[in-house]
Structures are given as C-alpha cells and as structure tokens.
Design a protein around this ligand. Structure first.
Ligand SMILES: [Zn+2]
Ligand SMILES: [Zn+2]
Length: 311
C-alpha cells in the first residue's frame, strides 16, 4: 500500500491493516472517535503495540519517532524504549482534539509513570503533553512526600529552564537540611542553589512577619476616637494577616488583594468579639493606604529559584 493511499483512505478496515501480518490489529489510543488511518505501529518496551499516524506524529512533536524510522515501509513496527502507559498517554496528545486533562485523569497515577511520561514528552518535543504533565504534577504537589518533592525539584533543576520549579522548591523549604543534603549529595550545584534559596526565603519570611505585625500606632503616634486611643487599623491588619496565613503559606500581593476584598465583604455581616468589624477613621485609612503602598515591593522581593543559581 502506498503512502498516498494511506493518507487519503478513511475506510475503517484500512486503519487496522498495516499491522495484520504481525498479529492482532492495533488501535489508536485516542479512542474510537479517531478516524485517521493507522500507518505506523509503535511497540513499547513492555511489548504493547499502538497504532499511530505518521502525519500526526510529525505535526504534534519534534521528532517522534525519529525520521529514519518513519521512512515508508509496509507493516512497520517501531520499537520504543518507553513503557506502554507512557506511549498510550503521549499518543493521545498527537491529535487535533480537546486536550486530555491529566491533572484530573491521572491524580492517582504513580509518580514514576507521570515523570516518565514527562521525560518522554520532553525527549520527543511534545510540548502540549509536557505542559499537561506539569499541571498534573503541580496539582498533586501538596500531597507529595518529601522524597517525591525533592525528586521533582532535582528533575526540574536539571532542565535548562522550568516553569514549575518554584512551586516545588517552596514546598521543600520545610524539609530538614540533612534530608535535602543526602538526597542532593551528588548534585552539588543544585544543592547550593537549594541552600541559598532556603536562606533567602527564611529572610523574606522574617521580613514579612515583621511587616505584618508591626505596630503602626506606637510608631507614628496614637490618635483618639472618643476617649479611647484608636487601634482600628491595627485590628484590620491583624485580621488580614490571620486570613492570609490561612489562605497561603507563600502569599503574593495578589493573594493579599484577594484577602482584603473578602475581608471587607465579610466584615459587613460579621461583628463579634473575636472578629470585630473594623471602623476605620481617616487617620487609620491614611496609615493603611501608606502601608499597603509598600507591600508590592515587599512581595516583589521574594526570591525565585533562578535568582539563587550561583554563576
Ligand atoms: Zn488516532
Ligand atoms: Zn483610627
């Protein structure tokens, strides 16, 4: 069968023909909705065969499989070093259909399999698959063990660039130094970056705590409301701080803004001893506005992983 007849054929029986001499017909892992003729068979390291489409492999990847393998041959089977679970997932990203939501589908997937899938996506240049893998990885980061967090950190730090490294690096801040040292002992450069990253974050957290708990009234003089000194802006800041702490361990200015919006709404309906509605006066308002003006700079001084790579 010539290449052109494969490309133009939409006959269902044609889709399954190529591999016939070698046994059972193979199917495209994209499912029965895929009507593209199968013109190449891929075999995984654990012996599972998948039907695929050369044109799609070409359009959706940068070299999957390598060009020399896809030279026109009848009943061609390409052996690949990846496992079946990896290829099955990867081939689904080689279709012009809605992207698979890996973070949802693969929430129970073994982390080794997920990482192997990402490695393959990386190797063959299937960037949408890689992105989906990254999303899946980040979505389960909160449930990862220390060791898995460090594994992901090591993987991402070893790449020339990473979109998700800070998500993981921040979560490793609570890991004891010794555990990190033992894990990264053969990766001195990465260990040094990790070390500096931790030092920088520790310093930032101190600065942040200081700023959020500073007593502005005692610094800039008290003012009075009736016959009592007014502490409304202090109360307000304490509430902001408490809410932010609940919401996010590594807050950004965006989190801060969101918390403030929620807090303002919340205060309209709740006024209790432990959560008193804040009745800000104009002096408090000015103080708070000044204070908030300095916050983007504080949040902006958080260090990213790339800032800590020693040149
Ligand atoms: Zn298909
Ligand atoms: Zn006041």
């Amino acid at each position: 069968m010539s290449m052109s007849s494969l490309e133009t054929s939409t006959d269902a029986s044609d889709r399954l023909k190529v591999d016939q001499p070698h046994g059972k017909p193979v199917c495209c892992p994209s499912g029965k909705d895929c009507t593209i003729p199968i013109d190449i068979t891929l075999r995984s390291s654990d012996g599972i065969r998948f039907g695929a489409h050369k044109k799609n492999l070409e359009s959706f990847s940068e070299g999957f499989p390598p060009v020399e393998w896809t030279a026109e041959k009848k009943g061609e089977i390409v052996e690949l070093p990846e496992k079946g679970i990896t290829l099955r997932l990867l081939l689904r990203f080689m279709h012009n259909t809605a992207l698979a939501k890996l973070w949802k589908e693969c929430s129970d997937m073994d982390i080794d399999d997920l990482l192997a899938f990402m490695d393959a996506a990386d190797k063959y240049g299937v960037f949408i698959a890689l992105q989906a893998g990254e999303e899946a990885l980040v979505s389960r980061a909160d449930k990862m063990s220390h060791e898995d967090l460090l594994r992901v950190l090591l993987r991402e730090a070893s790449r020339s660039s990473s979109n998700i490294i800070d998500e993981f690096a921040r979560r490793t801040l609570c890991i004891p130094t010794k555990v990190g040292l033992l894990f990264l002992k053969n990766h001195l450069q990465i260990y040094m970056t990790w070390s500096l990253y931790r030092t920088e974050w520790e310093a930032w957290k101190k600065e942040y705590e200081k700023e959020m708990t500073r007593n502005h009234a005692s610094e800039s003089g008290q003012h009075w409301r009736g016959n009592q000194s007014c502490t409304e802006c202090e109360k307000y800041r304490q509430q902001l701080h408490a809410c932010l702490r609940e919401l996010e361990e590594f807050p950004t200015f965006d989190h801060f803004t969101r918390v403030e919006v929620v807090l303002l709404k919340f205060q309209l309906v709740i006024d209790t001893v432990s959560w008193p509605a804040v009745k800000r006066c104009s002096i408090c308002n000015n103080r708070l506005e000044n204070w908030k003006g300095g916050l983007p700079k504080l949040f902006g001084s958080q260090k990213r992983w790339v800032d800590c790579i020693l040149k």
